[in-house]
Write a protein that binds this ligand. Structure first.
Ligand SMILES: [Zn+2]
Length: 118
């Protein structure tokens, strides 16, 4: 017991030195840059609806077609509105399980601008 005591104390001292040293090293490092951008949306409304109803609603509100043809004869397709955000009523219209469209419109609601008109 008498022999082991100083040894234990030396080990403890070594750990204390190491801890102090590591604290100094960490203190010198710049803290990692965490991205943190809070937003609070007031009176945001969300309407979940099926695609046919969504298209009807969009055409009624915007006066524009919800479906549009694009491309050339060889590679043509139909582009359809998957969701939209109405700035006047602060309302997101999207399909319940379409996380991409709902997320996209939420982004518009936060940022507050439309896509540039083509
Ligand atoms: Zn958009």
């Amino acid at each position: 017991m008498i022999i082991h005591l100083p040894q234990r104390r030396r080990v403890a001292h070594r750990w204390a030195t190491l801890a102090a040293l590591s604290f100094v090293l960490f203190g010198c490092l710049s803290p990692p840059a965490h991205y943190y951008e809070p937003h609070e949306l007031k009176n945001l409304r969300v309407v979940w609806l099926d695609q046919a109803s969504l298209h009807e609603q969009y055409e009624q509100m915007s006066g524009k077609p919800a479906l549009a043809l694009y491309g050339t004869d060889s590679s043509a397709g139909v582009q359809s509105v998957k969701g939209f955000f109405d700035f006047r009523t602060n309302t997101i219209y999207c399909s319940k399980m379409d996380f991409t469209a709902c997320g996209h419109e939420l982004h518009h609601a936060i940022i507050g601008y439309f896509h540039p008109e083509k």
